[in-house]
Design a protein around this ligand. Structure first.
Ligand SMILES: Nc1ncnc2c1ncn2[C@@H]1O[C@H](COP(=O)(O)OP(=O)(O)OP(=O)(O)O)[C@@H](O)[C@H]1O
Length: 256
């Protein structure tokens, strides 16, 4: 039987009893989950469920109130510097400086990662992501689809082993969104990278993800493969499962 290398690696993400409070508000309430190396896992949940807070803590942008976060085997509180070069993220809510051209932005980020052969790397990503014609355009003047492709190029500059994506296809037309999903699937197949994505698009999650973490009110209220969840809730698609969870219609009421 062939050996599955991912089983020999530490989980890409290990989160134990992670809590985040903003003053009196508990945004994350002692959540625990694992993302095995090489898998694509979705964080799902309604507005305010805690998805962005989780991703921000995984990136080291927010400090947890309590709990443990290990990324690629290292503690994010004490050994962040070891893992940051091996991970990256993309979010439609984080804009690149508007006045810098696309090439200038990618160059600045490439230097932050200490990358060598940066022009070659930018040229290659520009070809893959169809950016060659807009490298000299100011980043502030791009369409949503172009901005998403530039943000992905930024996220892939260091060829990350772990990619965190906050709503990777938000505000894209169906054709561009489909292209982005295909691109990410190819990236994962080529590099063996792990992807954690927050999404409101259930079809995207069914297509791309091995695992789903359903969040609500700062807790993980259900989890499993998309197929597990469909069968447990007796539903045909994840959108219906999502609505069942959002509206507190429990599996037992639906199935049994
Ligand atoms: N800096 C902050 N200060 C105070 N409260 C915050 C802060 N950041 C997030 N919150 C609160 O924490 C909760 C979780 O927010 P978070 O942004 O993680 O949700 P989300 O699941 O990403 O939602 P959405 O789908 O709307 O992006 C929300 O109630 C939010 O108002």
């Amino acid at each position: 039987m062939p050996l599955d290398a991912s089983k020999l690696l530490p989980p890409a993400i290990l989160v134990e009893t992670l809590t985040k409070r903003f003053d009196a508000h508990t945004a994350l309430d002692a959540i625990s989950f694992t993302v095995p190396a090489g898998q694509t896992v979705a964080l799902l949940g309604g507005n305010g469920a805690g998805k962005t807070t989780t991703i921000s803590i995984l990136l080291g942008l927010l400090l947890p109130t309590a709990g443990t976060v290990k990324v690629l085997g290292y503690d994010m509180l004490t050994e962040r510097y070891r893992v940051l070069p091996r991970m990256n993220f993309s979010s439609p809510y984080v804009d690149l400086p508007h006045r810098l051209t696309v090439r200038e932005n990618l160059t600045v980020y490439g230097h932050l990662y200490g990358l060598t052969h940066l022009n070659h790397r930018i040229g290659r990503l520009a070809e893959e992501l169809d950016l060659t014609g807009i490298l000299t355009r100011p980043s502030g003047n791009l369409s949503a689809g172009q901005k998403t492709r530039v943000a992905l190029a930024k996220a892939l500059l260091n060829e990350p082993e772990l990619l965190l994506l906050d709503e990777p296809t938000a505000s894209l037309d169906p054709d561009t969104a489909d292209w982005v999903r295909g691109f990410l699937e190819n990236y994962r197949a080529r590099t063996g990278a792990t992807i954690l994505l927050a999404s409101h698009n259930m079809a995207e999650v069914e297509r791309m993800c091995d695992g789903v973490l359903m969040m609500k009110g700062g807790r993980i209220v259900d989890r499993g493969t998309p197929a597990d969840l469909l069968s447990r809730y007796g539903r045909d698609n994840l959108e219906e499962v999502f609505l069942d969870i959002a509206r507190d219609r429990h599996q037992t009421e639906i199935v049994g």
